[in-house]
Design a binder for this molecule. Structure first.
Ligand code: GYE
Length: 358
């Protein structure tokens, strides 16, 4: 029904465009669009307004999806963006309005307001942080636009402010890291040894950071010989991960384990460790425990510089599309949908890598 109203509105816009064109104006529609062909993940910044020639104005039967993406900070994020763009293509019956928030929540809020103004059919948000969403989601609710949250979770006072969420169990990922590390140390005969750990945290306040940090802390309490020397954010980026690791290496000369809350920060940490004349990985001085399990992490494991990557699956496009198709057909959907994930230690990397999709 909502999409029928949109058709009427679109016809009115088209009539206006034609009359302007007849007046000799080189007019452009202000319907934002990103058809999924762009590979530029750094475009835009909360403005959510791209222009498109009127010749490519969306057909009325396309489902219009506004997607506010966190940014392009990591390989995981790039894979997530690609999954969304390839799923929400015109060939699949969608018009995608893509907005890259460059890791800033204020840009996401602006983008969502633009989606509301454009009266999209569905709003999809991969939120930077958990808090701060109540006001803008209330506005989306009042506009009658369903909101689907992907990847990280939001913390809102009223759960009816979003229709569904699909993503990972980040707490479980933190538990998985401890379980793997305990087994590994045991297998090396180091179960009783004092173990010094540092953590490169993700974006503070994001679900991925909160879950991984808390999950690790909770389960590590069972190992009285493990000490967390320091935790600091590396913002999920390789360069910041490297920078923070350099400072850790200056402060502590006895680091046994690095927990990197994503692969890109682990890559930065590996560079810092090697630049400091130390070694890491299965045969090295420092054990590297990472999260995501992107393709380059498998390369690092095969090269012998990373010990393990705890999987986090970014391929949410088809999952969100399934939710949208059900909602469009008037069906109900599960409110929370967790993705199943594994653990990939270095010794399995060469065998597993060819089967990986990201
Ligand atoms: O682990 C990291 C990305 O929220 C799960 O964000 C996501 C995290 C992912 O930048 O690489």
């Amino acid at each position: 029904m909502k999409r029928f109203h949109k058709l009427i509105a679109l016809l009115a816009v088209l009539m206006m465009v034609f009359s302007l064109a007849a007046c000799g104006n080189n007019s452009k529609s202000t319907v934002g669009t990103d058809t999924g062909e762009s590979t530029d993940n750094t475009q835009s910044s909360g403005d959510a307004e791209a222009t498109t020639d009127e010749a490519s104005a969306p057909s009325d039967d396309l489902i219009v999806v506004g997607f506010s993406q966190v940014g392009a900070e990591s390989d995981w994020r790039t894979a997530n963006t690609e999954s969304m763009k390839s799923t929400f293509s015109e060939a699949n019956g969608y018009q995608l309005i893509f907005d890259d928030a460059q890791q800033k929540q204020e840009n996401q809020i602006k983008a969502v307001r633009n989606f509301i103004q454009q009266d999209v059919d569905y709003i999809v948000i991969a939120p930077v942080t958990e808090t701060g969403w109540d006001t803008v989601l209330q506005e989306a609710k009042e506009a009658g636009i369903p909101v689907i949250i992907v990847d990280r979770m939001i913390d809102v006072s009223d759960d009816s402010l979003f229709t569904a969420w699909v993503g990972s169990n980040f707490l479980q990922e933190g538990y998985n890291a401890v379980e793997w590390l305990a087994g590994y140390l045991d297998s090396k005969g180091r179960a009783e040894e004092p173990i010094n750990i540092v953590t490169l945290q993700g974006t503070i306040g994001s679900s991925a950071q909160i879950g991984r940090t808390d999950g690790f802390a909770e389960k590590m309490a069972a190992y009285s010989n493990w000490t967390m020397l320091e935790k600091q954010t590396g913002e999920f980026t390789q360069s910041k991960g490297q920078e923070v690791m350099e400072s850790f290496l200056k402060s502590y000369d006895d680091i046994d384990v690095v927990i990197a809350e994503n692969d890109n920060m682990a890559f930065g940490a590996i560079d810092a460790i090697q630049a400091a004349g130390k070694t890491c990985g299965p045969d090295g001085d420092i054990t590297i425990v990472s999260f995501d399990a992107v393709a380059a992490a498998f390369d690092a494991m095969i090269a012998g510089t990373m010990n393990v990557s705890i999987e986090c699956n970014p391929l949410h496009g088809p999952r969100v599309a399934e939710i949208i198709q059900k909602l469009d057909a008037g069906e109900t959907v599960d409110k929370l949908q967790y993705v199943e994930e594994g653990v990939f230690p270095a010794e399995t990397a060469a065998e597993i890598k060819p089967t990986r999709a990201y």
